[in-house]
Design a protein. Structure first.
Length: 176
């Protein structure tokens, strides 16, 4: 017993520690142009994926003519949605496409909503027919799944937090 104690327990208790203080946090250089280009690429892929999905949805409902009448609103931010589509020949559908990412800090998933998108999606005119098309990505970096969810239902089941602020001011010392 003495041998076993000395060999395995005593030596382990008196062995030098393999635990060290962490080194200072590495300061990584960030290329914002690459980040921006990547986000633009992901956004375009998501929108094209969602547009194909929406056309297939309408065709599947028996409305192939409506599938060809989807209006692209991506270039005019004031609309507050990406596509004007239909639920039926007499009912419109406002589609805002969102690329969904994993929330690494708190778990679950997240996407970003602009103040304009939030206002439009909650307006009396749009709230009943405003949908978020949530595009999920596979491990290959390509869109793999889409969840179409009415904005009002999504707001009721998730959490909306501010993530940016705009600070506005006037200068008294200029004529601008």
């Amino acid at each position: 017993m003495f041998y076993l104690y000395r060999k395995y327990i005593y030596e382990a208790l008196n062995a030098p520690s393999k635990i060290k203080k962490p080194k200072g946090k590495a300061r990584l250089k960030v290329n914002f142009d690459d980040i921006w280009d990547n986000r633009v690429d992901i956004g375009k892929k998501s929108e094209e994926f969602a547009l194909r999905w929406e056309k297939n949805r309408l065709i599947g409902l028996g409305y192939p003519k409506l599938a060809s009448q989807i209006k692209d609103r991506r270039d005019i931010l004031a609309y507050g949605y990406d596509f004007l589509s239909h639920n039926s020949p007499s009912q419109v559908r406002y589609v805002e496409v969102k690329s969904v990412g994993k929330d690494k800090s708190e778990g679950g998933f997240r996407f970003f909503v602009s103040e304009n998108e939030h206002s439009v999606s909650n307006s009396d005119e749009h709230s009943q027919e405003y949908y978020f098309y949530l595009v999920f990505y596979g491990s290959d970096g390509e869109p793999s799944d889409l969840l179409a969810k009415r904005a009002s239902e999504l707001y009721a089941s998730g959490e909306l937090r501010p993530c940016a602020y705009i600070f506005r001011f006037d200068r008294e010392d200029t004529n601008a």
